[in-house]
Design a protein. Structure first.
Length: 325
């Protein structure tokens, strides 16, 4: 875990590792998308513009969904809504906003939407490879405790550590996973959530116990790295699936949109399975949840699989046609 990359002098503004990893992923995806789109458009700038607008729209949408979901945290101090560097994004809002922006851009410029979506699906998986590494460095999206040899331990006062020292009724966990003595705690709120003292105010003995002793973070699944590796595999699979239609002559015989539909299915399945190993998202019992007691992401994964399957069926019914590069 390495949440802070550096701090800007004078103004003492911390620069985290998560943001730069997202930028690296975005640039890698744009480079790949521009390369793959050479046979679709003579103006690759359209790809760059669509991706840039979708990135902005995705961040705004992800933040908007988070604020709506947790509005009680912001209703007395609305300025915090704009302090996005403090965290607080929701995937569903980001995906909806980003896809909406892409569709509007392509409709406006009369571009072949399905073919662009196919290529964007490949680029999205590549971006996710780097984004999940950013999650690992930031310490979010953490996994459950495990005794596996490749398990990792996050430091004191990390997201994983703070989760382990508190009960979590939203995950049906009435007791902490790691029982920290009272003299290590700052306070306990009305919901039973425990807040550990800052590392600087701990005694030398306490510092040893929380870093090397019996009160250090329990080893957990590196689910962020599982997701990163999974995204790399999906990126390769989608690329090979997309490329299969390419003839030696350079022409394309395709069913536009099929790669995008396959991406929804494969990523939905991957996310559904990885959620069993994660320990951060609450269980969901809302009316819209297909899988009651699963997480929000698991239910979104189910909807992604259903949507992807429907799109694949619809696109396969379309008669393939040759498109000159």
């Amino acid at each position: 875990m390495y949440p802070k990359l550096f701090e800007i002098p004078i103004i003492d503004w911390p620069v985290g590792t998560y943001g730069p990893m997202l930028v690296i992923g975005f640039l890698a995806a744009i480079t790949l998308i521009r390369h793959l789109s050479k046979n679709i458009t003579t103006d690759p700038q359209h790809i760059t513009n669509a991706a840039l607008y979708s990135l902005i729209g995705g961040v705004v949408g992800a933040r908007a969904f988070y604020v709506i979901h947790y509005f009680e945290k912001y209703q007395n101090n609305l300025i915090d809504v704009f302090r996005i560097w403090h965290g607080g994004l929701e995937l569903l809002g980001g995906v909806i906003a980003a896809v909406t922006v892409i569709l509007l851009y392509m409709l406006y410029h009369k571009l072949p939407i399905r073919r662009y979506l196919d290529i964007l699906a490949i680029g999205l998986m590549l971006a996710l490879v780097f984004g999940r590494i950013g999650c690992f460095l930031n310490g979010c999206c953490f996994g459950k405790p495990t005794d596996l040899s490749w398990a990792v331990r996050f430091p004191y006062d990390s997201f994983a550590y703070n989760s382990q020292i508190s009960p979590n009724p939203q995950r049906n966990r009435p007791e902490p996973q790691l029982k920290l003595p009272a003299d290590y705690l700052y306070y306990i709120d009305l919901n039973g959530k425990r807040f550990a003292k800052q590392y600087a105010v701990l005694t030398d003995i306490q510092r040893y116990q929380v870093t090397k002793g019996k009160y250090r973070c329990l080893p957990i699944h590196p689910t962020q790295l599982y997701s990163s590796a999974g995204a790399a595999v999906l990126c390769l699979i989608l690329y090979l699936f997309w490329r299969r239609s390419k003839k030696s002559s350079g022409k394309f015989l395709t069913r536009p949109g099929s790669t995008f539909g396959l991406m929804l299915i494969l990523y939905g399945i991957m996310r559904f399975l990885i959620e069993f190993l994660r320990d951060d998202n609450p269980f969901e019992y809302a009316w819209w949840a297909i899988y009651k007691g699963g997480t929000v992401s698991q239910n979104i994964g189910i909807y992604m699989v259903i949507l992807g399957a429907v799109l694949l069926v619809l696109f396969q019914k379309n008669k393939p046609k040759e498109v000159q590069p």
